[in-house]
Write a protein that binds this ligand. Structure first.
Ligand code: NAD
Length: 367
């Protein structure tokens, strides 16, 4: 081996500011949000999924048109399959047909799939342009749309999907959550968001079970109630992201409660389990693992499982093989360790658990 030269430089990471708005009647008034009025953008690139385009696309477009900048639209198929990295070129194409400059702003309108892809595209287009998210699902508003993680999945040749394996952490400039958009969500999507909210309850003790029940019956709740609960969840996530934006201090890992096993289940289910459902089962698995190593009493672990059941969320995975889930687990980015529960609202990160116990718990959460 010959090394003829070595030079080092230290480059300071840029400071990122992210603004989170939660409100109602925002879609038709996007152009009035001060951030857009400042005239800082040369053009807008709108990434939107086909369902959301049909519901809200025209309204957002007509508001954006009032800013008198070129707009290009990339309309992508709905659902997780769009996050397949192989789609990237196809989805980016419409943006190259318009005036794409470093002052362009990429707006993602849709659920977590769209904001994950849009955030990723904004971070790589011209090596980085501004990203704005307008999450329209419950999951997007309480979790996926904020925190700056973006990415796409990688599908291996054996049919296994490796979640979020290609992506970045870069904060969106602005996140606009219009709680009115939640009214058009099908019950399955409310359940999906509720699955992630259960993570906040188990890990931080808030929202309360009563608030979670209000979200389950979301359509009967007024905009202010919705906004209050959503803001509460956002605050938990943002406080953590602020202190550990790049997941280097262990703090941010707490947000992965239920996700290590949840992601593996989601990957093996290949579309048959929503993200929130997978997380909800993942939280039950985390409670069982916590019990197996003495962090939680049997009663507390049951209490967590019972609460999750009472909210109408799944606690078991159907028709899966322990072997397959275990093998998907070993490819998780945080492989080998788990976020476990010491008590409701008290988490412990980086816990190693004997593989025999992991397999036993996986068997317990299979139907
Ligand atoms: P999604 O984006 O696929 O949306 C779910 C469905 O709801 C889609 O069919 C969509 O078309 C439809 N939809 C969206 N808004 C609607 C509305 N207002 N009314 C009616 N239908 C609407 O899924 P999701 O659950 O929002 O997000 C899941 C994704 O988020 C996963 O890929 C997950 O990995 C990712 N995620 C990312 C983070 C992060 O920090 N980046 C966190 C959690 C989850």
């Amino acid at each position: 081996m010959h090394i003829f030269s070595e030079q080092k430089i230290t480059v300071k990471q840029k400071e990122e500011h992210s603004n989170m708005l939660v409100g109602s009647d925002l879609l038709d008034n996007v152009h009035k949000i001060p951030f857009f009025e400042e005239d800082q953008f040369s053009s807008f690139l709108l990434l939107v999924d086909e369902n959301v385009y049909a519901l809200y696309g025209k309204r957002v477009l007509s508001a954006l048109k009032k800013l008198k900048r070129p707009i290009s639209v990339s309309c992508i198929p709905q659902g997780e399959k769009s996050k397949n990295f192989e789609n990237a070129g196809k989805f980016l194409k419409p943006f190259f047909r318009s005036t794409l400059t470093r002052e362009s702003c990429l707006i993602s309108l849709g659920g977590g799939v769209t904001t994950d892809i849009g955030g990723f595209f904004a971070s790589i287009l011209l090596r980085g342009i501004a990203a704005v998210h307008i999450p329209t699902t419950l999951l997007g508003q309480i979790d996926a749309g904020l925190g700056g993680k973006s990415g796409m999945d990688f599908w291996a040749s054996d049919g296994l999907m490796y979640k979020n394996m290609i992506g970045k952490i870069e904060q969106p400039y602005l996140v606009v959550s219009d709680v009115d958009t939640l009214s058009s969500l099908p019950p399955s999507e409310i359940k999906n968001g509720l699955g992630e909210m259960v993570k906040y309850w188990a890990g931080w003790g808030t929202p309360s079970i009563a608030q979670l029940a209000k979200i389950r019956d979301l359509k009967g709740q007024d905009a202010q109630t919705r906004a209050e609960i959503i803001t509460l969840c956002q605050k938990i996530k943002l406080d953590i992201v602020k202190n550990d934006p790049f997941e280097t201090k262990g703090e941010r890992q707490k947000l992965n409660l239920g996700h290590t096993i949840g992601h593996a289940l989601e990957g093996v289910a290949a579309g048959k389990l929503s993200h929130g459902e997978a997380v909800s089962i993942g939280v039950v698995a985390a409670a069982k693992l916590s019990q197996s190593i003495g962090f939680l009493t049997k009663e507390k672990a049951y209490y967590i499982e019972d609460t999750i059941t009472s909210l109408g969320l799944p606690t078991r995975a159907e028709k899966m093989q322990v072997k397959k889930v275990f093998s998907a687990l070993s490819f998780d980015k945080k492989s080998g360790t788990f976020v476990l529960i010491r008590d409701i609202g008290k988490l412990e990160t980086g816990v190693r658990v004997d593989t025999t116990l992991v397999r036993r718990v996986l068997a317990e959460i299979m139907l």
